[in-house]
Design a protein around this ligand. Structure first.
Ligand code: ZN
Length: 381
C-alpha cells in the first residue's frame, strides 16, 4: 500500500500537561511510547506513519462544544494564578498554564478526529484520553475532556460516532456527557466500579432519552484479564457496531488494565491488547475505516511505552516485532534517564499474574445481565 496508513499526533509541548512532582499521571510515559515508535519502526516501514508535530491549543469556541463557559473561566483563572490547589477536591491539581496545556491536548484529539472525518483512515493521539473530565468540573487527573470535545464536534457535523473505552477506569465524563445522545454508541470495558474510581459504569446504566440502549458498560472484577476481555470484546463489539453503523470509531486506549499497573487490579497482557487492537482495526470497516485511537491511563511507564507503541504498529498495519526482538539501546538509555527505572530489554515480559477467578460462568452471567439491561441478545460468535 502506498502512503501512510496512520497519522500520529504528537507535539512535544503535550508534556506541559504536568500535574506536579510525584503525581501518577504524566505525559512522559506517553512520550516514551512515541520515542519507542520512532526508534524501533523498521526503516522500510517508516513511510507507514505520518507525524503531526505542531498542535495549537483548542480555542474557546471548540472547548464550548462540550464544556461550560463558567468552567473555562474557572480553569483560566486557576491557570493564570499559578495555583496548585486541587480543582476537584481530590487528585486533579491546577498548575501554572494548565488551561493552555489542557486545551492543547484537546486540540490534538480534535485534530485526529477532524483529519479522519475529512479524509478517512486511522489516527493516533496518544496524549489524549482524558475521559473523566465533566462538562463543568475536573476529575480523575483530567481537566478538559479531549474525547468529549472531539466527539461533540463530530456529532455537530452530523456524524454517528461509536466510542470504545478500554481504560481500567470507567469513562464517566464521556458517558454522562452524552447519556441522552442518540448518535453516540458508548461501550466501556473497565474494572467494576464497586472496587475502583470513579465508582460508575454499571450494567444497568444504559442511557436515556434518545440515548436509551446506547451506553454499554462491561464491568470486570479485580483479577480478571485477557480471558475475560478478549472473548467479551469479540462477542459484544461486532453486533453492536454492525447495528449502529457508526461513521467514526473513537477508542480510548488507556493501558492501566495491564497487569502490574499500580492503580488498578485487572491483568490484561500484551497479547490481550494485541487481540483487541486487531479486532478494533477489523471493526473499523463498520465505520468506513475511520478510526481514532487516543491514549489514557497507565501508571507503569515500561508497560505504557510498550503497549502504546505496539498499538501504533497494529494501527499502522506493521507486523509486531517478533519476540525476543530487543528494544533499541538508545531508547533504553533515554528511558532510564527519564524515569530512573531500568528500561525493559524486550518488547514483552513474561506475565506475572495472580490467579484469576474469571470463568465461563462469569461471562454467561455478565452477558445475561447485559441482555436484560439492553433488551437484546448477544449470541456466542
Ligand atoms: Zn484509567
Amino acid at each position: 500500500m502506498s502512503g501512510p496508513r496512520l497519522s500520529v499526533v504528537w507535539d512535544p509541548r503535550f508534556r506541559s500537561y504536568d500535574l506536579g512532582p510525584g503525581h501518577p499521571f504524566d505525559e512522559a510515559s506517553r512520550e516514551s511510547a512515541v520515542r519507542l515508535i520512532e526508534a524501533s519502526l523498521p526503516t522500510g516501514r517508516r513511510a507507514s506513519i505520518e507525524w503531526l508535530r505542531t498542535v495549537e491549543p483548542a480555542t474557546d469556541s471548540s472547548l464550548l462544544a462540550f464544556h461550560a463557559g463558567r468552567y473555562l473561566e474557572q480553569i483560566r483563572a486557576a491557570s493564570a494564578s499559578g495555583s496548585r490547589r486541587p480543582l476537584d477536591g481530590g487528585d486533579t491539581p491546577a498548575f501554572p498554564g494548565c488551561f493552555e496545556a489542557s486545551a492543547r491536548i484537546v486540540a490534538g484529539t480534535a485534530r485526529a478526529i477532524g483529519l479522519v472525518l475529512e479524509r478517512g483512515g486511522t489516527a493516533f493521539a496518544p496524549a489524549g484520553g482524558l475521559h473523566h473530565a465533566h462538562r463543568d468540573r475536573a476529575s480523575g487527573f483530567c481537566i478538559f475532556n479531549d474525547l468529549a470535545v472531539g466527539i461533540a464536534g463530530a456529532l455537530e457535523a452530523g456524524r454517528r460516532v461509536a466510542y470504545v473505552d478500554l481504560d481500567v477506569h470507567h469513562g464517566d465524563g464521556v458517558m454522562y456527557g452524552f447519556y441522552r445522545t442518540g448518535r453516540l454508541l458508548d461501550i466501556d470495558f473497565h474494572q467494576d466500579g464497586r472496587t475502583l474510581f470513579p465508582g460508575t459504569g454499571h450494567v444497568t446504566e444504559t442511557g436515556s432519552g434518545d440515548g436509551a440502549g446506547l451506553k454499554v458498560n462491561v464491568p470486570l472484577p479485580p483479577g480478571a484479564g485477557d480471558e475475560a476481555l478478549v472473548p467479551l470484546a469479540r462477542r459484544l463489539l461486532p453486533p453492536l457496531l454492525e447495528e449502529f453503523r457508526p461513521e467514526l470509531l473513537v477508542v480510548q486506549h488507556g493501558v492501566d488494565g495491564h497487569w502490574g499497573d499500580p492503580l488498578a487490579q485487572l491483568q490484561y497482557t500484551a497479547s490481550g491488547y494485541a487481540a483487541v487492537d486487531r479486532l478494533l482495526v477489523d471493526l473499523a470497516s463498520q465505520s468506513g475505516g475511520r478510526l481514532v485511537v487516543t491514549g489514557g491511563g497507565g501508571y507503569e511507564p515500561r508497560n505504557v511505552a510498550r503497549t502504546l507503541a505496539r498499538a501504533a504498529y497494529l494501527l499502522a498495519g506493521v507486523e509486531l516485532p517478533a519476540d525476543p526482538t530487543p528494544l533499541p539501546d538508545a531508547w533504553r538509555e533515554e528511558f532510564f534517564e527519564s524515569f530512573g527505572l531500568p528500561a525493559p530489554a524486550r518488547w514483552v515480559d513474561l506475565p506475572k499474574l495472580a490467579p484469576s477467578s474469571w470463568g465461563s460462568s462469569h461471562e454467561m452471567r455478565l452477558v445475561r445481565d447485559l441482555e436484560g439491561a439492553l433488551g437484546r441478545r448477544f449470541p456466542t460468535p
